[in-house]
Design a protein around this ligand. Structure first.
Ligand code: PGA
Length: 234
């Protein structure tokens, strides 16, 4: 059983989400399917697909115009929230510390954080991939995790670019994450791979050791692209 999570980013509409969840109803799968959608689409009625948000405030409530708290996300019935996605790190300057605070908010409100880590092209070229991944895991995960979390490895240079790392690169990164999680007392935490996943490469990627599922951007927007990923593995 794998975890297939979609990240709609700033795309779609409520009616498109309603169509997607109705298309997903008939899919024969044991895999866990999650859709992380814009805040405005959370709480779609009659939705049996597991929904998540894509970001959360570090604050609990109050005078923070434009922010959405973990409690508000949980109030919609959503179960998950992505934290530390590379686009948040890149365009909003989010550090590992900020990501950890967001994950703490999620956990305190019963949400499962999908905590993203991964290296930029500059970091990759400088030979820092492993160091960035390890510090990302150690610094972005709260210290006293008692419930479920999910970690996603997203090589930032490969996102939306149609690029994917080699098998060996994915295997090495996921082994490092798994070993680090074990050292942190979090063995068994699912580790997703994300960046340019599609129906043609998903089964292959999910056959790699320590890859417990995928986080899918572009190919999660339309059911004809997303369903083949869901059904590509048992
Ligand atoms: P992509 O995005 O699948 O479009 O590369 C992945 C992600 O950003 O989660």
């Amino acid at each position: 059983m794998k975890i297939i999570a979609g990240n709609w980013k700033m795309n779609g509409s409520r009616s498109e989400l309603e169509k997607m969840v109705s298309d997903l109803e008939s899919v024969d799968t044991q895999n866990t399917v999650i859709l992380c959608v814009p805040f405005t689409m959370l709480g779609v009625s009659g939705c049996r697909t597991l929904l998540g948000a894509q970001d959360v405030s570090t604050h609990t409530h109050g005078a923070y115009t434009g922010e959405v708290s973990a409690q508000m996300i949980a109030d919609t019935g959503a179960k998950y929230v992505i934290v530390g996605h590379s686009e948040r790190r890149q365009y909003h300057g989010e550090s590992n510390n900020t990501v950890r605070e967001k994950a703490e908010m999620a956990l305190a409100n019963g949400l499962i954080p999908i905590i993203c880590v991964g290296e930029t092209m500059a970091e990759k070229q400088a030979g820092k991939t492993m160091a960035v991944i390890e510090s990302g895991v150690r610094e972005s995960i709260p210290s006293d995790v008692q419930t479920d979390i999910i970690v996603a490895y997203e090589p930032r240079w490969a996102i939306g670019a149609g690029l994917t790392p080699t098998h060996a690169e994915i295997a090495t990164a996921h082994k490092l994450i798994a070993d680090t999680l074990t050292q942190m007392g979090l063995s068994g935490t699912p580790i997703l791979y994300g960046a340019s996943v599609n129906g043609d490469n998903s089964a292959d990627i999910m056959s790699i050791a320590n890859v417990d599922g995928v986080l899918v951007g572009g190919a999660s927007l339309k059911s004809e692209k997303f369903i083949p990923i869901i059904t590509s593995v048992k």
